[in-house]
Design a protein around this ligand. Sequence first.
Ligand SMILES: [Zn+2]
Length: 257
Amino acid sequence: MKRISLAMFILIVAAALASPTLATSANPGISADEAMRVLKAGNARYVEGKLQHPHQDRARRALTAGQGQHPLATVLTCSDSRTPAEIIFDQGIGDIFVVRVAGNVAATDETGTIEYGVANLAAPLVVVMGHSQCGAVSAVVDNAKLPPNIAKLVAPIKPAVDKAREANPEAAKDVLLKAAITDNVWQAMEDMLRQSPIIREKVKDGQVQVVGALYDLDSGQIQWLGPHPDQAKLVGAQKGAAGKSGKKGKKAKKSGE
Ligand SMILES: [Zn+2]
């Protein structure tokens, strides 16, 4: 009997160590691919209603307070109360470095914060995540009259909406909004890369991956969009590169992964 319970104990410990969510004590040295696997697994648990709520206990708090933070990813997403990144990816304290702003735009403050996650905290993965029914994108699609601060905040969304409208001239509002939300993810990725030599260098060197994502409010599922279609150009890995104001090539919209 005793032998059986010891065997069981060893099995449980081995399973816990093999699990990415339980084994990443504070995530130092994790690769972008591993980080992606952790986020995908966490989102799958969330969608299935099988949340583990990892890393939310006193021990984790003490570990990260004492040893510092080593988040596995930097996530830029919307402030919408239905898009809490830690819950969507089933992560805990010290796991993800989150920037939230209406419309997940990447202006100076957001880009600077992402830079901190990438350069100072060495998070190997940047996720720019839009979501269905985004009010900020919707307001721009509607040409809504906005108070000055909000108008300034959502201004970076306008080029994405223009692009979506150009590609979908006859589309109904819901179709146009969907396209604009996707284009707005690409736009934020582009704005971030254009503004940040630090992130561009890290991407170029292969130290950091930047991927787009779309979160569905209803299903809870993430659609992974992958890297920006013009990434090589944006980071200067190709001739004629970042910062140049020339027309961008057609973006092949990638879906899934
Ligand atoms: Zn939103």
